[in-house]
Design a protein around this ligand. Sequence first.
Ligand code: NAD
Length: 238
Amino acid sequence: MTSDPRHILVTGSTRGIGAAIVATLAERGARVIGHGRTDGGGVLGADLSRPGEADRLWDRALARLGGRIDVLVNNAGVFEALPVDAEPEAWRAGWANTLQINLQAAADLSRRAVLHFQDTGGGRIVNIASRAAYRGDSPQHWHYAASKAGLIGMSKSIARGYAGQGILCFAICPGFVMTGMADDYVASRGGDKLLADIPLGRVADPAEVASAAAYLALEAPASMTGAVLDINGASYVR
Ligand code: NAD
């Protein structure tokens, strides 16, 4: 691409949407470091369910990328069912784990990114949220929807707070994205009713989300900061 490739950290890149984002960014010439729960396969390991791991990941990624990161993509996330009649302790633990991985770790990384970008003269953050942030989710996923709504609020705050310093922040809200074995995926998202709810007639491909993420990471005009892009086949039109 250019003689000055963008340096990018993508979390949760071992599979699914994150793997597609890394592949797309690399095709476009970026210097990308990926992340997963554990070291190996070319990614930096950090278990984001553990407080403090996000900061450690940032430090390691920065070292690996020669002391400069231009773009942070917060993609890692979990989608775990938590029934309303769970025991109180399990209920609270489920909420804490989802909020820690989906929101707190993204906040910790974003904080480090903003502080770094203030030194380097600017940068971008792309947060992978969810349609659930706006539409809500199933009765077993209050915590997931809440974590993604929190990510949107955080993204807009960063966009508004630091635009004047060249720090841009965007979010993407995918609907259903086929990231696993088709049958398992459809079953986990509500079975046959899933497709009936999508005017496009199919779930999204990870490459479609990756295309939008790469656009926001590399090309989107600065005036777009704070934007939230929907990728859901018109299953939820705001
Ligand atoms: P996935 O389960 O295929 O991959 C999740 C990634 O996050 C993996 O790389 C995994 O290692 C990482 N991760 C999970 N828990 C972690 C932890 N404790 N520590 C470190 N890493 C951890 O998920 P996906 O479907 O590709 O989703 C990626 C993002 O897109 C998530 O934030 C998800 O909420 C969001 N999203 C997905 C869909 C969908 O239908 N697939 C829809 C809307 C939003």
